[in-house]
Design a protein around this ligand. Structure first.
Ligand SMILES: [Zn+2]
Ligand SMILES: [Zn+2]
Length: 253
């Protein structure tokens, strides 16, 4: 049963929100930093002349870290202190098969939410006033993973904190979803394909989104809106196949 917080617990909740924002920011700098560094090693000079854009991407991403971290910290605090959410730590509480199934379910729900809110963001007034921040990255870099206008960041920040109240999720499943979310957010934007061509152009790649797919969204705007899967893009006729992420300075467009 849900218990309500007492006023003296407000400090604890605020500290949790602050700590989670710091964790999200640290996660951003670590993940984007690693992939930007890997890209630079592989394609020397690929970020040359992109300093001002990267600084903008980082500034927006820090604001997003606070917007992502605040509800996540609040829910994590409520879970620990007041028994909120349906997160469980004892793996035997549900059948083991539920872990991979709930993991895929979370990704599918997040993907569906992202697809439709992303399409809404391309409605011209919203594109001009909100989503233009994300599309200012042309071409995007690994630092653009959380480069969103605060309203757009908020629309993404509430999905996982809301899901944990509805779906029973093992704490490991929650962490796995967050890991995939982080890695795909960075790798889809970093301007080069990290996955092997066999996977990207094979049968699995027909349904999965990687940099080759999302790059085309940043090039052409009106297509390839999905996050993890190509399901909605294919169903709604917005899938335009794969683009060509840059292959280093020589291939820069
Ligand atoms: Zn993007
Ligand atoms: Zn877009």
């Amino acid at each position: 049963m849900l218990r309500t917080p007492f006023p003296d617990q407000i400090t604890g909740a605020l500290l949790a929100m602050l700590a989670m924002s710091a964790i999200v920011a640290a996660r951003y700098f670590a993940s984007s930093g690693i992939f930007a560094w890997l890209g630079e090693r592989r394609w020397p000079g690929m970020h040359q002349g992109m300093g001002p854009q990267i600084r903008r991407e980082i500034a927006w991403s820090i604001k997003s870290a606070v917007i992502y971290g605040t509800p996540a910290g609040f829910v994590a605090w409520g879970w620990r202190e007041l028994g909120w959410t349906r997160i469980y730590a004892d793996a035997s509480q549900y059948p083991l098969w539920w872990m991979p199934v709930s993991f895929l379910l979370c990704l599918a729900i997040h993907d569906s939410w992202f697809y439709w809110t992303h399409r809404a963001m391309h409605y011209p007034p919203l594109l001009r006033s909100i989503h233009a921040v994300h599309h200012a990255s042309r071409p995007p870099t690994a630092w653009a993973a959380m480069s969103f206008h605060p309203w757009e960041a908020l629309s993404g920040a509430l999905v996982i904190p809301a899901l944990v109240f509805v779906i029973p999720l093992h704490i490991g499943t929650v962490l796995a979803v967050l890991l995939v979310m982080t890695i795909m957010g960075v790798t889809n934007h970093m301007g080069w394909e990290i996955f092997p061509a066999r996977l990207v152009h094979g049968p699995v790649g027909q349904w999965l989104i990687t940099a080759s797919h999302h790059q085309l969204h940043h090039d052409r705007y009106e297509c390839n809106y999905g996050l993890y899967f190509r399901f909605w893009d294919r169903l709604c006729g917005t899938d335009r196949g794969l683009g060509c992420p840059r292959r280093g300075a020589a291939g820069r467009r």
